[in-house]
Each structure stands twice: as structure tokens, then as C-alpha cells.
Ligand binder design. Structure first.
Ligand code: KG4
Ligand code: ZN
Length: 345
């Protein structure tokens, strides 16, 4: 008996960096979404690749079991297993990819390879849990994907097909937040900490910190990072109480520069491409100022502005399961020869 498209049950697995995640998409809806964040990296001040791989070995099977239990399903109910095959940390990706391959082969199910960035785009189309009135964004759409490893602008004509129209020439926006947070002495993961601290600061109190300055739709954050570092060093040498006193204002200055540069380019791209619909995705889309300023500017311009729910902004498997469900519908499958890739696509 043939199954209708809407009935597919897809397990999604994500292990590209330091989050072990599993989710289930059934009939196009997310019915389980489990993430185990590897907080063990905090003591090292950043993600330790070998440690991430070892923790995924333990946590990937555990989050899969939890997702099945939450959805009240068994492995036998699955139609396919979707997994992030890249880009990311190679060892971390191999754990998820090999586990998914083993499951698919052992159970006789389809295997689906999902690109991590394709996943972040898919997060804009993944139905939030418990929001029955939610509708997907209209297409075409311009999307800004901002994460720890990537910063790019894309035009989407379908949820999984995107044309890159701008990208960073050096650091990703998340990397800029994380490195600046480290200079401010904030604990890892620095991006969210810097965001919290910046809420209490005045972004205009330190005008000498450089602004990102690249023409067109590309980005560059390394100049800002260097300027931030030298500014801090110089002021701290002149006055040893500077950092302790000015931390929230410095965080606010950094955040303001990154966020407004991202948004300037996003709305410039939306205008150039004549779209009515714009979105932001990836871990940095959890940033409070980015969300607030993005929604305000969308309202001012009369655009449909979309941000995924918090649970779909940072790394998660709901976006992978939903992308997998679309690829399964299109009969785009992987096999035992599918390999993980650290960069590119
Ligand atoms: O998408 P994601 O979870 O993982 C990657 O694919 O990289 O993004 C993680 C990045 C980190 O750099 C983290 O510091 C940043 O997203 N991030 C934030 C915030 N929450 C997460 N950056 C600024 N403000 C936040 N609230
Ligand atoms: Zn990510």
C-alpha cells in the first residue's frame, strides 16, 4: 500500500559541532526535538574537536532514544534517517554519519544527507512545536545565515535551494562575538554572554572602535576584531580599572557594530532582489539586538520578517529532520558511500 507524502516519519541527527541532537518529523510536523549541549568544553574556553567526537559517541544514541520515546515511536516506524554530513568538525560529523548509516543499513531504511547550512535555511520552514496557526514564509526570500562558522546572504526560491549573494571574507559573525567575549574575559560560549552584558551598555560610548567596512553584500569582521583588541589593550594600559568598569559598554559597542552591519547588508540585498520576505537563521539569530532591530526594520519597510523559534536558531535536529522529510519526498537519498565533509558543500 502506498504511503502519502504527508505521512513520512523521518529521524534527524545533528552532530556537526558540540551539540548532539535528534528530532522526529512526522507528517511534516516536528513531534520530538532533543538537544544535548556539550558544556564540557567550557573549561577549555572553546570547542575541543576530539572531546566533541567522544561525547557524540555517548550522546548521539542517547538523544535518538529520547526522541523516539518523546514521539512514542519505535525504530520500526521510521521511513528514513536524515543526518548532517557537513560542514563542521570532521570527527564530530563522522560519529553522526556513521551512526546514521549503521541504523539505515541495519533497519533497511533510507539514508538522507543534509548539509548543515541547508538545515539552518530549513529552520525557517520547520513548523514550530505547539503553534498550530504558523504558516511558512512566502518565496522568493532573502535569508541571512549567521552562525559560529558561517555568515552568508542567500536568495531562496524553494526552501532547500539557495543562491549565495554575499559571504564573509574572513571571520563569521558568531566567531567575532565569541572572540570579543574572550577578550572581555567572559566565559565560553561567549556570544550569548556578550549579548546579555550588552543589554546594560551604551553602544555609542566608545566611538573609536572601528566599524566593519566592506562594499557590496560581502562581510568582513577581522578588522573590527583587531581594532577591538588594540583599543582594549591601549585603554587598559592607561587605566587598569578600564575593562572592569567599561565591560557592558564595550560589549554593546561590539554588538551594535556587528548587528547593524549584518542588517544593512540584509536589507540592501532585499531591495536589490525585490523580495517581500526576509529571514535570519543560525546561532547568532538568537541575538537579542539582532532580533529586535530586524523585526523593527521589517515593520518599517512593510516586509514579512521571519526568525525561527529559539530552539531552531542554534544547532538542532528538528531542522535536519524537516529538511530530510523534504528530500525524502523528492526521493533524494544517500547511501553507504556517502561521506562527511568538513568544509564546502
Ligand atoms: O548555529 P550555531 O549553533 O552553530 C554553528 O553552526 O556554528 O551557532 C553558534 C554560534 C556561536 O558563535 C555562538 O556564540 C553564537 O552562535 N550565538 C550568539 C548568541 N547565541 C548564540 N551570538 C550572539 N548572541 C547570541 N545571543
Ligand atoms: Zn549551525
Amino acid at each position: 500500500m502506498g504511503q502519502t507524502d504527508s505521512m513520512y516519519t523521518i529521524l534527524g541527527i545533528e552532530s556537526s559541532c558540540d551539540d548532539s541532537a535528534a528530532a522526529i518529523c512526522r507528517g511534516g510536523q516536528i513531534c520530538a526535538n532533543v538537544v544535548s549541549r556539550q558544556l564540557d568544553h567550557a573549561q577549555w574556553g572553546g570547542v575541543v574537536p576530539e572531546l566533541a567526537s567522544r561525547l557524540h559517541q555517548v550522546w548521539v544514541p542517547a538523544v535518538v532514544q529520547q526522541a523516539l520515546a518523546d514521539a512514542k515511536l519505535t525504530m520500526a516506524d521510521l521511513d528514513a534517517i536524515a543526518v548532517t554530513t557537513g560542514p563542521g568538525l570532521m570527527g564530530a560529523l563522522l560519529v553522526g554519519t556513521c551512526y546514521a548509516k549503521g541504523l539505515a543499513m541495519g533497519l533497511g531504511k533510507h539514508l538522507i544527507a543534509v548539509d548543515h547550512l541547508q538545515g539552518h535555511l530549513a529552520s525557517l520552514f520547520t513548523p514550530p512545536i505547539n503553534l498550530p496557526d504558523w504558516t511558512p514564509p512566502a518565496l522568493p526570500m532573502v535569508v541571512l545565515t549567521v552562525s559560529g562558522g558561517h555568515t552568508q546572504l542567500q536568495v531562496l526560491r524553494s526552501p532547500l535551494q539557495a543562491e549565495v549573494i554575499g559571504r564573509t571574507r574572513d571571520d563569521a559573525a558568531g566567531e567575532a562575538f565569541d572572540k570579543a567575549a574572550k577578550l572581555l574575559g567572559l566565559p565560553y560560549p561567549g556570544g550569548p554572554e556578550l549579548d546579555r552584558l550588552a543589554e546594560a551598555g551604551d553602544p555609542h560610548r566608545h566611538p573609536d572602535i572601528a566599524r566593519p567596512d566592506v562594499p557590496g553584500l560581502d562581510f568582513s569582521f577581522s578588522g573590527l576584531k583587531t581594532s577591538f583588541r588594540y583599543y582594549l589593550q591601549k585603554q587598559q594600559q592607561a587605566d587598569p580599572t578600564f575593562l572592569a568598569r567599561e565591560r557592558p559598554h564595550l560589549a554593546a559597542a561590539l554588538r551594535h557594530r556587528v548587528v547593524h552591519n549584518l542588517l544593512d547588508k540584509l536589507f540592501q540585498a532585499a531591495e536589490q532582489h525585490g523580495v517581500q520576505s526576509v529571514g535570519i537563521a543560525g546561532g547568532v539569530s538568537a541575538n537579542v539586538l539582532l532580533r529586535r532591530a530586524f523585526l523593527a526594520e521589517c515593520q518599517r519597510r512593510g516586509l514579512d520578517g521571519r526568525i525561527p523559534p529559539f530552539a531552531y536558531c542554534t544547532d538542532n535536529a528538528a531542522m535536519i529532520a524537516w529538511a530530510g522529510s523534504e528530500l525524502h519526498r523528492q526521493r533524494v537519498h544517500a547511501d553507504a558511500y556517502t561521506v562527511a565533509y568538513a568544509s564546502g558543500g
